[in-house]
Write a protein that binds this ligand. Structure first.
Ligand SMILES: Cc1cc2nc3c(=O)[nH]c(=O)nc-3n(C[C@H](O)[C@H](O)[C@H](O)COP(=O)(O)OP(=O)(O)OC[C@H]3O[C@@H](n4cnc5c(N)ncnc54)[C@H](O)[C@@H]3O)c2cc1C
Ligand code: SF4
Ligand code: SF4
Length: 1019
């Protein structure tokens, strides 16, 4: 087979470009992988799963790469470029892969700089400049800059995962671009390799030498020759990111690219989407962090009025204090109002029932001046006929809460179930502000004509409003998309706007470049591409010779997309629905036509936005945080599952080894369930995978030993002394490691004969609790019952001290065993056994739930199973009834305290002295159960609990005990939990999770305690 790809693709070949590349990959891919492995220390990822995981970004497209290379150093990126050139394989540079237009999908070698190539090389605070490697993430950069009082102000919404290389590639723009401009306005220089492997420094034109100078001269000539076309065709708006920035030599932007009006050659690379050069480093212009911010929330009776008013509001920005004017429309306001957590914030910001609000932010160092600006805004609105329409937020906490609501509203919108999804393709057309009202009005009518709708939001300040019409890409979505795009283009032209105003061109908008700029400028773009990359190695068929946006062969969900039939173990019917594009109403559960019973549709909820790559707050995703591998990321797992379920990994479907590998390090923390904008619940998906795997391949000895613990723990406790020898005799531990895979480096929870269930605790009878005025049922799980029994005793004592009649849940017909939620079985994929356990527990608890009696549990993962997985086991309405009354010990106390029913307990508790750190179990965090923990602790006079900002502790049930996982487990704990504990040696540590306490013991040699125990100790 010919190893060389025909890189100069003829017009005839254009339509078949991807096939052409794909045809030559078998042999070439092998040689490419072999050379990369031999000549670098980087990661060479060529498996079907790896390629599949890099075949998509946050767009609707999917193109299989030949392979993926993750360089360890920036110079290895260059080595990879050289090898790819030798073998004629195109190169696609990639950062976080959050592009919305398919920029990072391509049939070549993907080079992912985000894992290792991410150093902040240099900061010059005096000159307000920083030099960075391309893989550094914006938030990480800004965190490192904070101490200098500076920041990099291109604040894209994806700041937690977007890399500077990717931001430069796309010419990204932040919410505050009205104050700071786009990427192009904030890059001072770039070092980059052209496809021949030569490194060039691109900076100020007058200082340029060598090839960079030559390239600059030739492009200057092009710009001069095309001056009339540029003047006539170039959009005169701030937000224009299409094509190449030929206008560096003839500025057309509202804001000059440089402060002194000079030319910077690096700006030619900004927005070039990896098609001209591979970036080695970037020199960035930093800005001082503003000390204060104020926010005016302007309420509008109609959407049209809001849009029409934006042009007047921006005039308040002549002194540079206006930093954002962001739209939130009624749909989003109402969605947020439905969320109890957000409702108070929204209510405080809106007046009556506005059709839209504009969030108008002023920022600077002088707070008085900012408050004066708010006054000007109020006066302006009065002049425009809207007196009393502004809610003024001066407190930064209130402002932050409102920005959070805006983000959450978008998330709710994105979580629409069914095949119709909000699709990004005209989401960032930019029009001059004086036409914004007309443009949005007309485009809304276009949507209506095509029987769909879109919710509007975002950057009113710069005429770039985001909107995603709902389309079903499997059912004529591509044709509809094209028609809507064409009609939107007419409007953009009518209002002299830019078709591509923020998210770049990629596969989606490349064909609109010649529409926007005309044939002569387009030919100049092609000439620029030939100057930089004459062999067409870098991201071919992007910007130049792009495919049609509606070429379904390039899509993730083409009409031919099929799911392999599968009988799921869990109930996924809630996802198996279709929706109405205009009303967003979903059909009944189970009617969506998913051959996998809804499981495939749940997996397909991942739209690849990359939010799970964040590191800062929240829980998602601990495995990615320790490995930084796409494979160990929620997105990577969802993509692997999607590919497997649709047969794209091979006939094994879900049972493909790639799936097993991707699931391996998922600790089922449910961080994604809470933090993923579209609600991808990988913990539940892992149970489904384990169940399918167990069905087909059976379970291991270790899995059965762990799963069946609730069944044999009572008997085993009688031999506690003997069994606990394993913890004291190293060779026994080693034997356990050899035969069971349980790490010899871990001590195991100690069995005890004097466990809670054997202690003769005076539980109220079922009859007593049912007739009591202050009833509560205590569900004691395996771990607090048999191992950490003091917690069960403590909870019993505290509840009694608070005056409750406490019934310890037990079997109606005693059989020597306790009631169990089934969690350990679920973790091993033994869903049928788990169902049996949960069914028995639920049946036993239901009489209490039916009477509205609280069912209180201590172990987060056990109790919360009743509110989560138990509802997916097909147990009917009884499970729902019980779930409504199942609560954690702290949730119960917090509820009762809020209703003034804990006075007796308050008086009985002695003051707490000292520091108090709280580590939340990840299921507590995922289910929003952390605030009650804090409330419960505050019952102790003098207690000032502080939460530890941590992800999962890494123990995650049995995960951390397993020999093959102990290192990953400890690495997760070391991310933030253990350092936070070590930093306060004299603090009391509260952790409700049994595994969390164990991890803290093993990792920091400190004893953490359950809330119940701490309270009981103070009685
Ligand atoms: C929910 C959501 C919200 C978004 N909000 C915004 C927003 O507010 N503003 C905005 O502008 N965009 C936004 N985007 C789009 C996207 O997040 C940004 O464009 C982001 O800057 C891309 O960064 P990345 O690291 O993911 O780049 P990638 O997607 O990985 O790459 C982007 C481009 O840069 C090129 N590239 C990457 N590294 C290199 C390199 N070393 N050398 C040469 N070329 C390289 C790639 O080939 C590609 O063409 C949003 C996307 C999503 C999903
Ligand atoms: S898993 Fe969720 S957060 Fe991650 S990319 Fe998919 S949708 Fe986004
Ligand atoms: S459950 Fe936890 S580890 Fe698994 S994908 Fe979700 S966030 Fe990551």
């Amino acid at each position: 087979m010919n190893a060389r790809v025909p890189l100069s693709i003829t017009p005839e070949d254009k339509a078949r470009a991807y096939d052409v590349v794909a045809r030559v990959t078998n042999e070439t891919a092998g040689r490419l992988a072999a050379r990369l492995a031999k000549e670098t220390r980087g990661e060479t990822l060529f498996s079907a799963g790896d390629r599949g995981r890099y075949a998509t970004d946050a767009s609707i497209y999917q193109v299989m790469p030949v392979g993926v290379f993750v360089p360890r150093t920036v110079d290895e990126a260059r080595t990879a470029l050289d090898i790819a050139r030798d073998l004629g394989v195109p190169v696609i540079a990639r950062g976080g892969g959050t592009s919305q237009c398919g920029q990072t999908t391509g049939a070549g070698l993907v080079i992912d700089c985000s894992k290792h190539v991410r150093q902040l090389i240099r900061v010059d605070a005096d000159r307000r400049e920083a030099v960075v490697e391309p893989g550094i993430v914006l938030d990480h950069l800004n965190a490192q800059l904070k101490k200098t009082g500076l920041w990099y102000p291109v604040d894209v919404s994806t700041s937690a995962q977007a890399t500077l290389g990717g931001m430069a590639g796309n010419n990204s723009c932040g919410s505050r671009s009205i104050a700071y401009g786009n990427m192009v306005h904030n890059v001072l220089g770039m070092e980059a390799w052209t496809s021949d492997g030569a490194l060039h420094a691109f900076g100020r034109f007058e200082d340029a030498t060598g090839t960079a100078r030559e390239l600059g001269e030739r492009i200057r000539q092009l710009a001069e020759d095309l001056a009339p076309d540029i003047d006539q065709r170039w959009p005169k708006v701030l937000r224009r990111v299409a094509g190449y920035n030929l206008d560096v030599f003839r500025n057309q932007n509202e804001r000059p690219y440089t402060r002194d009006g000079g030319v910077n050659l690096a700006h030619l690379l900004v927005g070039s989407e990896g098609t001209l050069a591979l970036t080695k480093s970037l020199t960035l212009q930093l800005a001082p962090l503003p000390r204060h911010k104020v926010l005016g929330v302007v309420n509008f009776p109609t959407f049209y009025k809001a849009m029409d008013t934006a042009q007047h509001i921006v005039k308040l920005g002549s002194d540079g204090l206006l930093t954002a004017v962001e739209l939130v429309d009624r749909t989003m306001i109402e969605l947020s109002m439905k969320n109890p957590a957000f409702a108070p914030t929204v209510k405080a910001a809106v007046i009556g029932r506005p059709d839209a609000v504009l969030l108008v932010e002023f920022a600077g160092d002088d707070k008085t001046a900012l408050v004066r600006k708010l006054g000007e805004l109020v006066a302006l609105m009065g002049d425009l006929g809207l007196p009393n329409s502004v809610v003024q937020l001066v407190d930064e906490g209130a402002q932050k809460a409102l920005w959070e609501v805006r983000k959450a509203g978008l998330n709710i919108m994105m979580s629409l179930r069914g095949d119709g999804k909000p699709v990004s393709f005209i989401e960032d057309c930019a029009v001059p502000l004086e036409h914004l009202a007309e443009y949005t009005d007309q485009l809304t009518q276009v949507f209506r004509r095509h029987e769909t709708r879109g919710t509007w939001y975002a950057h009113a300040s710069v005429g770039t409003l985001h909107v995603r019409p709902i389309l079903d890409m499997r059912q004529q979505g591509a044709e509809k998309m094209r028609r809507i795009a064409e009609e939107a283009a007419v409007l953009v032209r009518r209002y002299k706007g830019a078709y591509s105003g923020e998210h770049g061109d990629g596969l989606c908008r490349g064909e609109w470049i010649s529409w926007q700029f005309g044939p002569r400028i387009s030919e100049a773009f092609a000439e620029i591409k030939r100057m930089f990359d004459p062999i067409g190695l870098l991201c071919p068929n992007r910007i130049i010779d792009p495919p049609r946006m509606d070429d379904t062969r390039l899509m993730r969900f083409p009409p031919s997309y099929r799911v392999i039939p599968l009988k799921p173990a869990l109930d996924w019917t809630a996802w198996d629905v279709q929706n109405d594009a205009q009303t967003e109403k979903a059909t009944a559960p189970g009617t969506g036509g998913d051959p996998a019973g809804g499981f495939a549709k749940a997996v397909e909820m991942c739209n690849n936005n990359g939010h799970c790559r964040k590191f800062d707050v929240g829980t998602m995703c601990p495995s990615y945080r320790v490995t930084r591998d796409e494979k160990h990321l929620t997105r990577g797992r969802a993509n692997t599952l999607r590919l497997a379920l649709s047969g794209q990994l091979g006939g094994e479907g879900l049972l493909h080894d790639e799936v097993r590998e991707a699931m391996e390090l998922c600790v089922s923390c449910k961080g994604c369930k809470r933090d993923c904008p579209t609600g991808v619940d990988m913990a539940r998906m892992k149970i489904e995978f384990m169940a399918q795997d167990a069905r087909a391949n059976g379970t291991t000895r270790r899995q059965r030993l762990i799963a069946r613990l609730p069944d044999y723990v009572a008997r085993a406790s009688r031999f506690a002394g003997l069994l606990n020898l394993r913890n004291g005799i190293p060779w026994l531990a080693k034997l356990g490691e050899k035969y069971l895979g349980i790490s010899a480096r871990r001590s195991l929870p100690a069995f005890r004969a004097d466990h809670f269930f054997a202690s003769g605790v005076k539980s109220a009878t079922r009859e007593q609790v049912l007739s009591s005025g202050r009833p509560v049922v205590l569900f004691v799980d395996t771990f607090n019952g048999y191992f950490d029994s003091e917690n069960a005793h403590a909870a019993f004592k505290v509840l009694q001290a608070a005056g409750y009649t406490v019934h310890v849940a037990s079997k109606e017909k005693p059989d020597g065993k306790h009631l169990c939620c089934g969690r350990t079985y679920l973790a091993s994929g033994l869903v049928d056994e788990a169902r049996e356990k949960a069914q028995e527990l639920i049946a036993s608890l239901h009489p209490f739930a039916a009477r509205g009696i609280a069912i209180v549990g201590l172990e987060p993962s056990c109790l919360l199973t009743l509110r989560d997985e138990a509802l997916a086991l097909g147990l009917g309405t009884v499970a729902e009834d019980v779930s409504r009354h199942a609560m954690l010990f702290e949730e119960f106390l917090a509820r009762e305290a809020a209703n003034d029913r804990l006075e007796r307990l308050r008086h009985a508790l002695r003051p707490f002295e000292g520091k108090l750190l709280v580590h939340g179990h990840c299921h507590q965090k995922a289910m929003g159960a952390m605030p009650p923990v804090m409330e419960a602790l505050k019952l102790l006079p003098g207690a000032k609990p502080e939460p530890i900002e941590s992800s999962c502790c890494g123990m995650a049930g049995a995960f951390g005990y397993e020999a093959k996982h102990i290192d990953a487990s400890m690495a997760m704990a070391e991310l933030s939990l253990l350092p936070a504990i070590r930093a306060v040696p004299d603090a009391t540590i509260v952790a409700d999770g049994t595994s969390c306490r164990h991890q803290i013991h093993d990792g920091a040699q400190r004893e953490a305690i359950h809330v119940a125990k701490l309270l009981a100790d103070h009685l």
